[in-house]
Design a protein around this ligand. Structure first.
Ligand SMILES: NC(=O)c1ccc[n+]([C@@H]2O[C@H](COP(=O)([O-])OP(=O)(O)OC[C@H]3O[C@@H](n4cnc5c(N)ncnc54)[C@H](O)[C@@H]3O)[C@@H](O)[C@H]2O)c1
Length: 339
């Protein structure tokens, strides 16, 4: 594989987790190198930013130059891929601009505020013959991949119900407090529970009907509870909250009930199988850094080594469309809507 030169646009909370992933890849000798960081606020480059998940960030030897002006960075640096980590309301604008500048783009989730914006991003990537991938990072996370392999094996029988939770205090680390502005973040369901709705689609495909209720506190749609109803009777429930107390630890457990076993993860340890017959046991799997896995996969996609069937942008757009439908249900008091 040839070397892939990366620039990160927006060096805030999640960019630290991306940087940690790139550092892991560097240590493993993968030909992927961060050459530049760009952030509108130059104080961000040196800040210690804590977010609701462990970013694993450590002090590393710097292989990059820093910029506050995107055009200057594009003029001075040789860049293959821009890793977009700016706030959600800027995803479409910068994705379109960078694709048009001839760069491949990895853009953080949610892909954009609306499915219509996502469609424009995809159309631009096609028009410019560049690669675009959205950071639906759970598709690269060992715990969820272990669950998928277990379900796909069929050995536990039909899946009856599944429940995913994602619970956090209100995120307050963001640039200009953008998370708590519904117009810029889209609220909890679009910003955070999107991980679980995307995972539900990755594991189980498209539901037939959906419903959701949301709760407003400091911001509109600060908590959400959604249901996906499948043709074969499976019901998936997603519980998302940005309303936990300030000291409540971020947590994201799941529980999948099959005919012959319950498969559960407490959000920390290994995924565990509780069969109807016999003793409970942990699944045996590697849990590599998922940001590193995501970046390595995209580098292979951009170099034509693999086709992106695992996380295509069309699927990320469909998850945004699913959230739009859930929001429509919430606006009707939780009505069950065809999807
Ligand atoms: N994958 C995940 O689990 C995960 C977790 C957290 C956040 N995210 C997503 O990542 C994105 C960024 O979130 P964050 O937590 O890092 O936010 P953040 O506010 O901490 O970081 C955003 C950065 O972008 C910079 N910025 C703002 N406008 C800019 C501009 N016009 N040009 C250049 N830089 C600009 C800000 O200065 C800031 O450093 C969001 O879309 C968020 O939903 C994903």
């Amino acid at each position: 594989m040839q070397e892939t030169k990366i620039a990160i646009l927006g060096y805030g909370g999640i960019a630290r987790a991306h940087m940690n992933g790139y550092n892991i890849l560097k240590k493993k000798g993968a030909p992927i190198r961060v050459v530049a960081l760009c952030d509108a606020d130059d104080t961000q480059f040196e800040k210690d930013i804590k977010i609701n998940v462990d970013t694993g960030a450590q002090e590393e030897e710097k292989s990059w130059r820093t910029y506050t002006d995107l055009d200057e960075m594009l003029a001075k640096e040789e860049i293959d891929t821009v890793d977009i980590c700016v706030p959600t309301y800027l995803h479409k604008e910068y994705t379109v601009r960078l694709l048009r500048a001839g760069k491949n783009v990895q853009c953080e989730k949610p892909m954009a505020l609306t499915a219509a914006d996502c469609a424009e991003m995809i159309a631009t990537a096609r028009e410019c013959s560049k690669h675009l991938m959205v950071g639906q990072c759970l598709r690269f996370c060992g715990h969820y991949l272990a669950l998928k392999a277990e379900l796909d094996s069929g050995k536990h029988g039909k899946v009856m119900t599944a429940r995913f939770e994602r619970l956090s205090p209100l995120p307050t680390w963001g640039f200009d407090n953008w998370f708590v502005d519904f117009a810029r973040s889209g609220g909890e369901m679009l910003d955070m529970s999107i991980h679980d709705y995307d995972m539900a689609r990755f594991l189980f495909g498209e539901p037939e009907k959906v419903s959701a209720v949301t709760c407003d506190r400091e911001i509109h749609e600060q908590t959400s509870n959604g249901r996906l109803y499948y043709k074969d009777g499976l019901i998936v429930t997603v519980d998302g909250s940005w309303a936990e107390s300030k000291t409540f630890p971020f947590s994201c457990p799941f529980r999948v009930v099959c005919e012959k076993a319950t498969i559960a993860w407490n959000g920390c340890d290994k995924v565990r199988v509780y069969p109807n017959e016999g003793e409970a046991y942990d699944l045996d799997y590697e849990n590599e850094d998922y940001m590193a896995e995501e970046a390595l996969f995209f580098a292979k996609v951009t170099q034509g080594e693999v086709k992106n069937e695992k996380n295509p942008p069309e699927s990320a757009m469909q998850t945004v469309a699913l959230i739009e439908k859930l929001k429509e249900s919430a606006a009707c008091g939780g009505a069950i809507l065809g999807y």
